[in-house]
Design a binder for this molecule. Structure first.
Ligand SMILES: *Cc1c(COP(=O)(O)O)cnc(C)c1O
Length: 337
């Protein structure tokens, strides 16, 4: 497999560290829980989209684009990181923000990721929930091209085979780190949303014949459909790399932590956010990583892992959305208590 054949710009602080979570490990009574800090990729508060954008911006520049466009939910981390990456590479950036949760809270609509994306110079267009946001984005692309812009279209979440290459590369980074640091770990937990992270990891782990199981935790889509999305994107990704197809049995997701829907944290998610903040000083988010950690905690409590084992949590970022969710995550105890 040759990743150097694909144009790539450097955006992320790599490799991201792997650290223990000693107090969470103790609170749950083992196995040992480690975190890979992809929340620390460095670009505009970090997150998983930065790795994908290294290849997406690389492709946009190789095509001679002068503008990137993309879409996301109103509080999209992907949009914020895209806006920052575009600024750094002198590309204009226009984004569609879908009000997927039908909120009219001004903090949700304008603070957090929206504020940061606008600070990076992106122009934002708020839109009502759409049946097909990628189709709406394609239409916007046509309009902007007719106005003379050279547009590169980045799909939602950056989850094209090009974007997924960022997580193929991350899988290589992870297996190298594990070898160097003598970490023996057969299970990792990661979010499964637009699927580029999950699919890229599976493609990369397949390419290097690593047997680490990736437990994907769904944030929006039920497993029955999500598993197919992940498999399809993983296979499109290995196709571009010219390596063998992935084994469908490797694709596994848990859809029990979606709660009421995308972007709406349930009690399990809020508990996970609270535990990590208090125990190990780590900020999780209510849309993705809180749900993933809720899935990890559930499996540990169910006794699914031996105490001597090591389990790895991929922290994909998202804390930039917390100000927009202050009402949900603020501790209930009064400051004087
Ligand atoms: C986008 C995102 C994810 C999910 O990654 P996908 O590649 O879209 O599946 C997980 N965590 C955070 C914080 C994200 O922003």
């Amino acid at each position: 497999m040759d990743l150097t054949a694909f144009p790539r710009v450097s955006l992320a602080h790599l490799p991201t560290p792997i650290e223990p979570l000693p107090r969470l490990t103790e609170a749950l009574g083992g196995p040992q829980i480690l975190v890979k800090r992809d929340d620390c990729t460095g670009l505009s508060t970090g997150g998983n989209k930065t790795r994908k954008l290294e290849y997406l911006i690389g492709a946009a520049l190789a095509e001679g684009a002068d503008m990137v466009i993309t879409h996301g939910a109103t509080q999209s981390n992907h949009v914020r990181q895209t806006a920052a990456a575009a600024a750094k590479h002198r590309l204009k950036c226009h984004v569609l923000l879908e009000n997927r949760i039908g909120s009219n809270d001004p903090e949700y609509l304008y603070n957090g990721n929206v504020l940061f994306a606008e600070m990076h110079g992106a122009t934002t267009e708020h839109v009502a929930p759409q049946p097909d946001m990628n189709a709406a984005l394609a239409e916007t692309g046509e309009r902007l091209r007719s106005e003379g812009h050279k547009v590169y279209v980045i799909p939602g979440g950056g989850s094209s085979p090009t974007g997924a290459l960022g997580y193929v590369r991350a899988a290589l980074e992870l297996t190298n780190q594990m070898a160097e640091q003598d970490i023996k770990c057969r299970h990792m937990f990661a979010g499964s949303g637009s699927a580029g992270t999950h699919a890229g990891l599976i493609a990369g782990l397949t390419a290097v014949s690593s047997e680490i199981a990736v437990h994907g935790v769904c944030v929006r889509t039920p497993s029955e459909k999500q598993d197919k999305n992940v498999l399809a994107l993983a296979n499109r990704t290995v196709e571009t790399l010219n390596v063998a197809d992935v084994d469908p049995a490797r694709i596994e997701t848990d859809d029990e932590h979606i709660g009421e829907g995308y972007g709406i944290p349930g009690p399990d998610t809020l508990e996970a956010i609270d535990m990590l903040a208090r125990l190990d000083g780590i900020l999780l988010d209510p849309v993705y990583t809180g749900k993933v950690m809720a899935g990890l905690i559930k499996q540990v409590r169910a006794g699914r892992f031996d105490k001597g084992e090591t389990v790895l949590f991929l922290h994909t970022g998202g804390a930039a959305a917390l100000p927009a969710y202050a009402g949900a995550v603020r501790p209930q105890t009064s400051p004087a208590a």
